[in-house]
Design a protein around this ligand. Sequence first.
Ligand SMILES: [Zn+2]
Length: 494
Amino acid sequence: MINVAQITASAIGLEFGVSKCATLHVHRGVLESSDAEPVDTLLGMALPTLQEDNMYKYLKFLESAALPHGEIKSKLREDYGKRLDAIFKSGLTAGYLAKAVNTYAMPLLTYSFGIINWRPVELEQLDILLRKKLTKKGWHHPRAYRERVHLVRAEGGGGFQSVVDLHERSLIQINKYIEGHQDHIAIALLKQYHHEKAKYSVSSDAAKYLAKIGMEESATKEQIRQGYQRHREETIRKKPLHGQFWLMLQDAELDRGLSFAWLRSSALRPATESIVMAIQDQAIPTRNLQEIFNRGTGVSTKTSCRMCGRDKETVFHLIGACTACAGSHYINRHNRLAKYLHWTLCRKYGASDISNKYTSHQLTNVVYSAETDVSIYWEVPIPTAAPVGANRPDIIIKGKDEAFLVDVSVPLDRNIRRKSVEKIQKYQGLKREMEQMWQVRAKIVPVIVGALGGLTPSTADFVRELDAGASVSILQKEALLGTVDIIRSITQMK
Ligand SMILES: [Zn+2]
């Protein structure tokens, strides 16, 4: 047979790799010490014989009469850890970090699935290893919800695949392959073997995993992948603390894709991203959280807000409902977004002396562009003939025949829709007055982004109306950074 292989190989211009070959003599499952003659090949070379303590590498795995599972597993664990360390030193942003782990470190392990007998607890430990390394780096908050690390980024997760999930999904696929190939002798034998091994058989495991995600055997690979995502997400949603943000997204009818756009674009550094997730997961050391931890220990904990002293100090209260924060913290956050919008407008209308970066832009009360004959007002009250109530939106653009009233708000995510309606109603009077005084068509543009990045499609529509090339994801990023600043300064979190 070796000769046939060699003849075939040389016919197509390949050289037979004799140096990679070895012989092994097994009789009834027992390794025979081999004093057998080495096999001569056509080239006249001898093949070495494997002795009892020798191993042979076949498709990357060491083999002898049997697979040394334990040895291979510890080598894989070690290599996996080394690859994680190498990736973590790279300085990548969070999204690319996850991609690198999934494509560079994870395949080391997935390649062994179905061949090496991994026990569930060993796989779980590999997921723990990744999370520990993330936590050590400050890229996963120790109190944030661990399951979230393994959700895809488009759905609000860290994007790191879970070894446990991948293993289960592989076994479902292997079982499907075995079940679907009844004609082949080898497959038929394998099938019989797995059916006989009732406890750890591929078929019983696959059935168990499918049941866990509530799917039938007929489900496609993609449906199964989604099933695992959904299952993980449902676990998060059921958590009384961690699940609150997810329920809020759902109850407030926010756009999931838009609200997690900041994770897809990977705009934040891993450490900042982990704080945003911790805030969303209610894992920040608020007084309310402290009280929950101290329950039953006899330690009494104040739950009233350290800032206003009135309401219960929860994460949601601190980032969007504290009256003591409204005058300073919330204004700073609000102005981050306003500054960016103002910068895009100054550039659009050709104002002079505008910096190249929005971060170094200075807000000034009146900017006039002679080139386009447009004035941009920042926080300037507009005197009107008749009293209109609210007459000072954040930004006013006064052009020759059109005007815009732009008002920014970063409310708690559940109030986004209400806030948008409120702004439109609030400036109706001013809009009418401006149209009469200036003989223009005026538009009210509410720019509302949730304190936790929540968005509805209408924010993007309103921003587009300004036609100044402002990016909603930058507005979202600024809102999140503002929220992180608030939490850091109130709780003294690093
Ligand atoms: Zn307060």
